[in-house]
Write a protein that binds this ligand. Structure first.
Ligand SMILES: [Zn+2]
Length: 429
C-alpha cells in the first residue's frame, strides 16, 4: 500500500501542468499522505467526523498550512481556518472542503477541495504573488455525517445553524451523544454553538470537489461549473408494532413493522417523478429491532433521503412521503413517529459567479459545462448567507463513496489552476 496512491497519481501526469507555482507532484504527495489516515485493507478510507482519524488528518494539514505561512485557528466545531493576510484588510475570499469520509470511502471526496485551496497559497508563495484581500483555507468538520446520520455539521455550526437540541438528540451507533463526542474531541457543545459567533467577514466562498457523477466524463472536460446544489431533507421514520415469536404468533392479527416498512419503501420509488425530473428519494438504511431471525420485529427505524435542486418540489415530495408513511401505518394499525433530522435549502449559484468561473475555464481551454449537484456540500450551507460557488473535477466512472473513487492528477491540477485564476479574479474586483 505504501506510496501506492502517489505512484498511481504521478504515473500519467503531464508535467507541463506544473506551472505558475502550482505543483502536481506536491498535490499528489499530500493526497497520498492523507490517504494513509484511516486506510482500510480494501484500499478505502474510514475517517468519520469527530474521530481520531479526522483530527489526525486536520493536524497534518495544519502543519502544511503553517509552513505555507498561514495563521491557523480552530473554532468550537473543530473547523480549521488557515489565513493569509491581504494587502488590504476587509472581507476574505475563502476556499476549502472537508477531510472526513464515509465508511470505506475514497481519497478525493473532500481532501481534494482542501488541498486545492492550499495549493493556491503554495503557488502564490512560489511566485511572490500577494493577494489584495485576505484569503483563507478552510477544513469543515464532519461533512459526511456518517456518524450521527446528520451531515454538514462543521459548516452549519460556522454559519450559526446548529441547534442546541442537536447536542443531545444526535447520537452515534453506540448511543453516544454529540455533546459527549465533542468533549472527547477537545471541544464542548457550548463552544460548538458559539462557532457561528466567531464567523469572520467573507466576501466569497468557493469549493473544489470531485463531481461524483459522469457529466464531465461524457463532455470530456476536466473541470466544470456547479449551477445549483440539491438540498437534502432527511426524514427519520419509526414504525412500532408488536414483537412476537415467529413460530407461536399466528399470521392473523400480527403487527409486524418490518412488513409495514417494506410496503413504505416500495411505495416511495414512484413519488419523485410526480414532482420533478431531478427529484430523488432513497431509503438506504433500516434498523430492525430486535433484529432476530425468529422474532417478529418490535420496531423498524429508517431514514428517507429526499432531494431536489428546487425547494418547492423537494418540499412537495417530503409532504407526499410523510403522508404515505401515515397512511400505511394507519392501514396496518401501527404507530408511526417521524422526525425531520435535516432539511437543507437547495442552493442556486449566482449568475455573476457562474460567469466568472466560465471565464477562468475558458483561459485553460476548458469548455464550461454547467452541472446540478445532487449531493449536498458545505457550499450549500455557506451559500445560504454568503455568495458561494463550486467547481467540479471529473470523477472516473462517476464512482464515489467507494475505494475505487478516482480523479487523475491532471484533472486535479486543472482544478487548482481554475480555482487560482478564479480567486485571483475575485482579489482584483
Ligand atoms: Zn464531499
Amino acid at each position: 500500500m505504501e506510496r501506492k496512491l502517489f505512484e498511481q497519481l504521478v504515473k500519467d501526469y503531464n508535467d507541463e501542468l506544473t506551472h505558475s507555482g502550482v505543483n502536481g507532484e506536491r498535490l499528489a504527495k499530500r493526497l497520498d499522505e492523507l490517504s494513509k489516515i484511516g486506510l482500510m485493507e480494501s484500499g478505502g478510507v474510514t475517517r468519520p467526523g469527530y474521530s481520531a482519524e479526522e483530527k489526525q488528518a486536520k493536524e497534518l494539514i495544519i502543519g502544511w498550512m503553517k509552513s505555507a505561512g498561514l495563521s491557523v485557528t480552530t473554532d468550537g466545531a473543530g473547523n480549521v481556518f488557515g489565513r493569509l493576510a491581504g494587502k488590504s484588510e476587509g472581507p476574505a475570499i475563502v476556499s476549502g472542503s472537508h477531510v472526513d469520509s464515509v465508511p470505506n470511502g475514497g481519497h478525493f471526496d473532500g481532501p481534494l477541495g482542501v488541498l486545492s485551496a492550499l495549493e493556491v497559497v503554495e503557488a502564490w508563495k512560489e511566485t511572490g504573488y500577494l493577494p489584495e484581500k485576505p484569503y483563507e483555507v478552510v477544513i469543515f468538520s464532519d461533512e459526511e455525517g456518517s456518524r450521527f446520520k446528520s451531515s454538514l455539521t462543521g459548516s452549519r455550526a460556522f454559519m450559526g445553524q446548529m441547534k442546541p437540541e442537536e447536542m443531545d438528540s444526535l447520537r452515534d451507533e453506540k448511543g453516544k451523544s454529540f455533546r459527549e463526542v465533542l468533549s472527547e474531541y477537545g471541544s464542548s457543545a457550548e463552544e460548538c454553538l458559539k462557532a457561528g459567533n466567531s464567523r469572520r467577514e467573507i466576501e466569497t466562498f468557493v469549493e473544489v470537489h470531485i463531481e461524483q457523477g459522469k457529466v464531465l466524463e461524457r463532455e470530456d472536460q476536466p473541470v466544470g461549473v456547479v449551477k445549483g446544489i440539491a438540498g437534502p431533507a432527511s426524514l427519520e421514520v419509526t414504525f412500532t408494532g408488536e414483537a412476537g415469536h415467529a413460530g407461536n404468533t399466528p399470521m392473523a392479527g400480527r403487527k409486524d413493522p418490518l412488513v409495514t416498512a417494506a410496503l413504505f419503501v416500495a411505495a416511495i420509488e414512484k413519488f419523485p417523478k410526480q414532482v420533478s425530473d431531478t427529484a430523488v428519494a432513497t431509503v438506504g438504511k433500516l434498523n430492525v429491532h430486535p433484529n432476530g431471525f425468529n422474532v417478529i420485529a418490535q420496531e423498524v427505524k429508517l431514514i428517507v433521503d429526499i432531494r431536489d435542486i428546487f425547494e418547492d418540489t423537494r418540499d412537495r415530495l417530503l409532504d407526499i412521503i410523510t403522508n404515505e408513511a401515515r397512511k400505511i401505518a394507519e392501514e396496518r394499525n401501527m404507530e408511526v413517529q417521524m422526525n425531520l433530522n435535516a432539511k437543507i435549502m437547495p442552493l442556486p449559484i449566482e449568475e455573476k459567479l457562474l460567469t466568472k468561473i466560465a471565464d477562468s475555464l475558458t483561459k485553460f481551454d476548458i469548455k464550461p459545462v454547467y452541472i446540478p449537484s445532487g449531493a449536498g456540500h458545505d457550499t450549500m450551507i455557506v451559500g445560504t448567507e454568503i455568495p458561494a460557488a463550486m467547481l467540479f473535477v471529473r470523477s472516473k466512472d462517476g464512482i464515489s463513496h467507494n475505494p475505487r473513487e478516482w480523479t487523475s492528477l491532471n484533472d486535479c491540477v486543472y482544478g487548482v489552476h481554475v480555482l487560482k485564476d478564479f480567486v485571483e479574479g475575485l482579489m482584483e474586483d
